[in-house]
Write a protein that binds this ligand. Structure first.
Ligand code: FPP
Ligand code: MG
Length: 296
């Protein structure tokens, strides 16, 4: 069924009716289609496919902008659109995909359109908070969770909720599953930034800290260090790290179990999500565990 979503997206892009857009679009690296898998699992229907295509297009647009904001040259191991064609084209392609997705969204039930469009407001606020939080070393877990909820979990939650609404299933329960799936997804993403090498990750490792992103493992680490080490950690914030400094960080992550505990937190969120749904859906269990146990 994912193939049908891809076809639907191609149809939307053809609808834009502009060769320049088709050319740029073809160069966007393919993703995992997590949101589509979730939607189709909850609402396996023609409408579900349509909604999945809309959500994937919004997601693609947000990543085009995110790569400009993060000055990222790679996405999913391939060259990003901003790296190949420059920031201006990447931003405009994002705007075109985003606007087309909203045009298509307006053909769906009003409640679905409201849930999804509201989530886009949230994810944009989340990205703004993410940018603003890089100004200082953030030690506040609540601020981190509030930001990743908006930036990443809101659209996944909205996807699950609206799919449940379309399929006449329990919106609240599936929404909560989507929210926790999204939070766990971002925590794992933040862990992989530290644990994986450039080759596996498709982007430079330990990039977050250099960009000023104090993700959950760094927050745990800071809490557990003695005063001297806290000062040292703060001195490395936003710096280009040399191999000694990287080794020091890895050693401290190991000693304090900050990474292990961040992973534990992601697993707990996963279990909480599954507890809400009960035993009814083993495929949703698989989606959760493959996401948490992934290595890239
Ligand atoms: C990835 O975060 C970014 C997001 C999940 C959201 C980005 C949202 C915007 C740029 C708002 C604009 C929205 C639209 C629809 C045009 P990350 O940088 O932590 O993840 P990464 O490692 O995948 O880059
Ligand atoms: Mg990014």
């Amino acid at each position: 069924m994912l193939e049908l979503v891809k076809k639907q997206i191609e149809g939307f892009v053809e609808d834009v009716d502009e060769e320049a857009v088709a050319e740029l679009f073809a160069k966007i690296p393919q993703g995992k289609m997590l949101r589509s898998k979730l939607i189709l699992q909850i609402a396996p229907s023609k409408e579900g496919i349509f909604l999945a295509a809309v959500v994937e297009m919004i997601h693609a647009a947000s990543l085009l902008h995110d790569d400009v904001i993060d000055e990222a040259n790679t996405r999913r191991g391939e060259a990003s659109i901003n790296a190949i064609f420059g920031n201006k084209s990447a931003i405009m392609l994002g705007d075109i995909l985003y606007a087309k997705a909203f045009y298509k969204l307006s053909a769906l039930d009003k409640k679905v359109a409201q849930i999804i469009s509201n989530a886009v407001v949230e994810l944009s606020i989340g990205e703004l908070l993410d940018v603003q939080m890089t100004q200082n070393f953030n030690t506040d877990q609540n601020r981190y969770f509030a930001m990743i909820y908006k930036k990443t979990a809101s659209l996944i939650e909205a996807s699950a909720m609206s799919a449940a609404y379309m399929a006449k299933k329990d919106e609240e329960a599936f929404g909560l599953y989507g929210k926790n799936l999204g939070l766990a997804f971002q925590i794992v993403d933040d862990i992989l930034d530290i644990t994986q090498d450039e080759k596996t990750l498709g982007k430079p490792a330990m990039q977050d800290f250099k960009e000023g992103k104090t993700t959950l493992p760094y927050i745990y680490l800071y809490e557990r260090l003695n005063e001297e080490d806290k000062t040292k950690l703060l001195s490395l914030f936003k710096k280009e790290l040399n191999s000694q400094e990287r080794a020091w960080l890895y050693e401290k992550f190991e000693e304090t179990k900050a990474l292990d505990d961040a992973k534990k937190r992601a697993r707990e969120l996963g279990l909480e999500a599954l507890a809400v749904l009960g035993d009814e859906d083993s495929r949703l269990k698989e989606i959760m565990s493959s996401l948490i146990e992934r290595t890239y």
